[in-house]
Design a protein around this ligand. Structure first.
Ligand code: 5GP
Length: 190
């Protein structure tokens, strides 16, 4: 698979939509898809590891990489916190002969789709409702109440952007959502 012809699957969703769980199923079921490890300026959470979950950079290192044009896309996803996809990461995966799967915010997903056109399948995971989203974020127990409210406010605007995605899948039943996502990916990769 080369830089000119490699394929991409983009998974975007408001935080708390079950995207990460769906992603874990996809990675298990599609050995030809390799996860794009993003760079971020936020600190590691829990058991997260550098080079596995993210490339953890300082704010200065992140800004330096922007200046050096190392990102295919980047966003300030939360105030003061940057996330981005390194061009070198995409090269790394394509050089391995794999297609790339992205867990990326909604704006980033739309940007990648614009850049890569029909080499990319963009999938939006829709939460069943804002109330359900709040329940999941509280249940996850990883964010402060303020962070949860920030994520919810952002989710409301992200849902507006779902129409820009190739496929929209409502996650009201995890098993069914996984099955639908996987059949869309299977069709795209075949
Ligand atoms: P978290 O802090 O929960 O790991 O991620 C916050 C958000 O950043 C998620 O919506 C995630 O999809 C998004 N994100 C992760 N990596 C990237 C990236 O490389 N680019 C963009 N634009 N968003 C990303």
């Amino acid at each position: 698979m080369s830089t000119e012809s490699g394929k991409l699957v983009i998974l975007s969703a408001p935080s708390g939509s079950g995207k990460t769980t769906i992603l874990q199923h996809i990675i298990r079921d599609f050995p030809q898809l390799e996860f794009s490890i993003s760079a971020t300026s936020r600190a590691p959470r829990g058991a997260e590891q550098h080079g596995v979950d993210y490339y953890f950079l300082s704010g200065d290192e992140f800004r330096q990489a922007i200046t050096e044009d190392k990102f295919i896309e980047w966003e300030e996803v939360y105030a003061g916190t940057h996330y981005g996809t390194l061009k070198s990461e995409m090269e790394r995966i394509w050089t391995n002969g794999n297609s790339i799967i992205f867990d990326i915010d909604v704006k980033g997903g739309i940007n990648l789709k614009k850049i890569f056109g029909n080499r990319a399948l963009s999938i939006f995971i829709m939460p069943p409702s804002i109330d359900e989203l709040r329940k999941r974020l509280v249940g996850r127990g990883t964010d402060s109440p303020e962070a949860i409210e920030r994520r919810i406010a952002k989710a409301a605007t992200e849902i507006e952007d779902a129409k820009h995605f190739d496929v929209i899948i409502i996650n009201d039943d995890l098993d069914k959502a996984v099955a639908k996502v996987e059949s869309a990916i299977e069709e795209f990769l075949s």
